[in-house]
Design a protein around this ligand. Structure first.
Ligand SMILES: Cc1cc2nc3c(=O)[nH]c(=O)nc-3n(C[C@H](O)[C@H](O)[C@H](O)COP(=O)(O)OP(=O)(O)OC[C@H]3O[C@@H](n4cnc5c(N)ncnc54)[C@H](O)[C@@H]3O)c2cc1C
Length: 383
């Protein structure tokens, strides 16, 4: 006979956001079940690939600064709980022309929130970080509290902490459908039917098929990432000598990268990927020519890296909103269902704080941050 189990909250999707939400709910004693369609640590979604940037001076919009500050505290707390290193602060260079989106947006958020930062010209950048050789028309804003997270370790730590606090997590058990009945929310998977009072849809690139009744303009973008060998001519790309960076190589378009880690020196161009209609039918192979756009983007700041040998490549998925702001809101027709889509290529750093604020919403109905930019009824989401 099919199992019928009751929970206060069911979280669909145990990637970055789902695992963080499960953790914060379980720590409050909420009876919680997490359901994931793939195995733990899979690489079909948005949260794999050994590094994610975290930065405090947020060029996209200053409204993200309080959220990243809370996330920073919670990542440190999760390190203490799990005993695993999760976040390394190495500084970050936000590079571009002085009047570009990255430099001016970074300075705006630094000024609005009184954040520490330094403005460096090409010569000063080279003196401090010898691998960087910026062309003369470029400047950099140094964010001393930027660095990177280990996404696989962060998700693992959230899941382990959630289970230790009493949550259940089931893998390789896809959710097929959910519906509202007199008892709450009925959730059917390939293995069983479960009931809960509240449901969280944290399905990443699969969210469109989970959020029934709403036609959201979400687009799934295939992103390629590359790990390079260290160029022979440059002394060190290690985390002590090389910060994370985001470089606006053409108006409103960036490439970004990390110091050398075990897999190599990772870099990528942001938002230049193919839009795909089905996350299950993404081409996961990377053709040799796909690195060329990254090589030419990197050349004005890291000429040696631009010509280095590619050691490894990979594919990851962005789930984009038209304005690139997140979605965190109750479903308009089913208030017991929380829609969670914090991606557009920049969500990971916030996952710890989003897990906490989603747990707040589910247990108290209130959030400690202004979530109006993330509402489902904002104009940019109306088709
Ligand atoms: C290449 C790349 C680089 C990035 N770089 C950065 C960065 O430097 N800094 C940063 O802050 N952010 C970055 N991001 C964005 C960040 O990684 C994402 O915002 C974040 O990982 C999204 O997490 P998520 O939980 O929404 O999605 P995911 O982690 O993909 O989780 C969704 C989960 O839901 C599961 N699921 C879906 N449907 C079902 C179903 N029906 N039943 C059960 N389970 C289901 C999926 O299998 C998946 O595990 C990057 C993203 C990519 C792809």
């Amino acid at each position: 006979m099919a199992r019928q189990r009751r929970y206060e909250v069911i979280v669909v999707g145990l990637g970055a956001m789902g695992s963080a939400t499960l953790f914060h709910l379980a720590r409050r004693g909420v009876r919680t079940l997490g359901l994931e369609q793939f195995r733990a640590g899979h690489n079909f979604g948005s949260s794999h690939g050994d590094s994610r940037i975290i930065r405090e001076t947020y060029f996209e919009h200053p409204l993200y600064v309080p959220l990243v500050q809370r996330a920073h505290e919670l990542w440190r707390e999760l390190e203490r709980v799990s005993g695993e290193p999760l976040m390394k602060i190495v500084g970050g260079l936000m590079i571009g022309p002085a009047d570009g989106m990255v430099v001016s947006g970074t300075l705006r958020s630094a000024r609005d929130h009184g954040l520490p930062h330094e403005v460096l010209d090409a010569r000063e950048v080279r003196a401090r970080y010898p691998a960087f050789q910026l062309r003369q028309n470029l400047i950099a804003v140094l964010d001393p509290r930027a660095g990177f997270l280990d996404p696989e370790a962060c998700t693992r730590a959230h899941l382990a902490g959630a289970v230790a606090a009493g949550a259940e997590a089931r893998f390789e058990e896809p959710v097929l459908e959910w519906s509202i009945d007199s008892d709450g929310v009925r959730t059917r998977t390939t293995a069983a039917t479960y009931h809960c009072e509240r449901l969280v849809l944290a399905g990443g690139a699969w969210n469109s098929s989970l959020i029934r009744g709403l036609e959201l303009p979400l687009s799934i973008e295939r992103q390629t990432v590359f790990w390079f060998d260290r160029p022979a001519s440059v002394t060190s790309f290690g985390p002590e000598d090389f910060p994370i960076y985001a470089y606006e190589f053409k108006p409103r378009t960036i490439c970004y990268g990390f110091p050398e880690l075990a897999r190599g020196i990772k870099a990528s161009v942001m938002h230049d990927g193919q839009i795909v209609s089905n996350p299950d039918k993404v081409d996961r192979r990377v053709a040799d020519h796909e690195v060329e756009a990254l090589r030419s983007a990197l050349r004005p700041i890291l000429p040696e890296l631009a010509d280095a040998r590619v050691r490894e490549s990979g594919v990851c998925l962005f789930t984009n909103t038209p304005d690139h702001d997140f979605i965190i809101d109750a479903h308009p027709d089913y208030p017991q269902v929380l829609v969670s889509s914090p991606c557009s290529g920049h969500g990971f750093k916030f996952a710890s704080a989003i897990g906490e604020l989603q747990a707040d919403l589910l247990t108290t109905g209130k959030a400690r941050f202004d979530l109006s930019p993330f509402r489902l009824d904002r104009p940019s989401l109306r088709s």
